[in-house]
Design a protein around this ligand. Structure first.
Ligand SMILES: Nc1ncnc2c1ncn2[C@@H]1O[C@H](COP(=O)(O)OP(=O)(O)OP(=O)(O)O)[C@@H](O)[C@H]1O
Ligand SMILES: [Mg+2]
Length: 251
């Protein structure tokens, strides 16, 4: 079997007495698009923090393309091709949109080998995202939805092999969510990246990913194709009380 691009084994995060992430295993291959869902506070963002070196797990192991990066810094993860967005966008508000994209590359280190020459040019990335017209506009002057797109641009600027998206569609209109989802799929198709995508809009997410992992109280309770995951009794149970989400999943 071919080697996973990203491999998490038994990843656990304790915050004092709270177990925010509880022994999570996840393997993702190049070209895979995997959704991560779970109720509020399930540990999704904390898990992403460990996958991108923002947080060192209390226990477990994380490898990228076979290299064990457990305990390494976010820069090292970026240098190995892991790029991410944040639940609250972290663009540099004073810097122009195009300089924000350039920063992505600075962060990952200029020397990293990569497969996609077209995205060497930060303007090409902005164009792909529909942001070419605002290349020179300070990021703080962009609408919140454009700032979210720009964050994807910063991640793409880092020449990723693995793209981690934390609720990039939150706060967008339904039409914008669909557009963003199509963009993300094009990124995967055209660049062959592995994409791991956390989203609360479960139904949209389920219609765009081939595989979905479900976190509940820190633990992974399901991992499989969206149809079977949506019917999994443990998943339905986890979502009870989260009114709306269960109905959206079943729809
Ligand atoms: N820095 C921290 N210190 C202490 N507890 C934390 C910290 N960060 C997160 N937590 C707690 O860890 C748990 C998991 O939080 P996390 O943000 O990972 O969940 P999430 O699944 O991303 O939730 P949401 O869907 O609301 O974004 C929650 O109980 C949260 O309160
Ligand atoms: Mg979160």
């Amino acid at each position: 079997m071919r080697e996973a691009l990203l491999s998490a084994q038994g990843v656990t995060v304790h915050f004092g007495g709270l177990v925010a992430v509880d022994g999570v295993d996840l393997e993702v291959h190049a070209g895979e698009m995997v959704g991560v869902i779970g109720p509020n506070g399930a540990g999704k963002t904390t898990f992403f923090h460990t996958l991108s070196g923002v947080l060192v797990p209390t226990a477990g192991r994380i490898a990228v393309a076979g290299d064990d990066l457990t305990g390494k810094s976010a820069h090292i993860y970026a240098a190995h091709g892991v790029a991410r967005t944040f639940q609250t966008p972290r663009v540099f508000k004073e810097m122009s949109a195009v300089d924000n994209v350039r920063f992505g590359l600075e962060f990952a280190g200029r020397t990293r080998q990569h497969a996609h020459d077209a995205f060497d040019d930060p303007f090409a990335i902005l164009d792909f995202l529909g942001l070419a017209a605002v290349a020179s506009v300070p990021a703080g002057g962009l609408t919140p939805s454009r700032q979210r797109l720009l964050e994807i641009g910063m991640a793409l600027g880092a020449r990723p092999r693995v793209l981690l998206l934390d609720e990039v569609a939150s706060g967008l209109t339904h039409a914008e969510v669909e557009k963003t989802a199509q963009l993300i799929r094009r990124v995967r198709d055209e660049l062959g990246l592995a994409v791991i995508w956390i989203e609360h809009a479960v139904r949209v997410l389920m219609s765009y990913v081939e595989r979905v992992a479900v976190l509940h109280q820190g633990a992974k309770i399901a991992d499989g194709d969206p149809r079977s995951v949506a019917r999994d009794p443990a998943v339905v149970e986890a979502y009870l009380g989260e009114e709306g989400d269960t109905q959206r999943m079943a729809a």
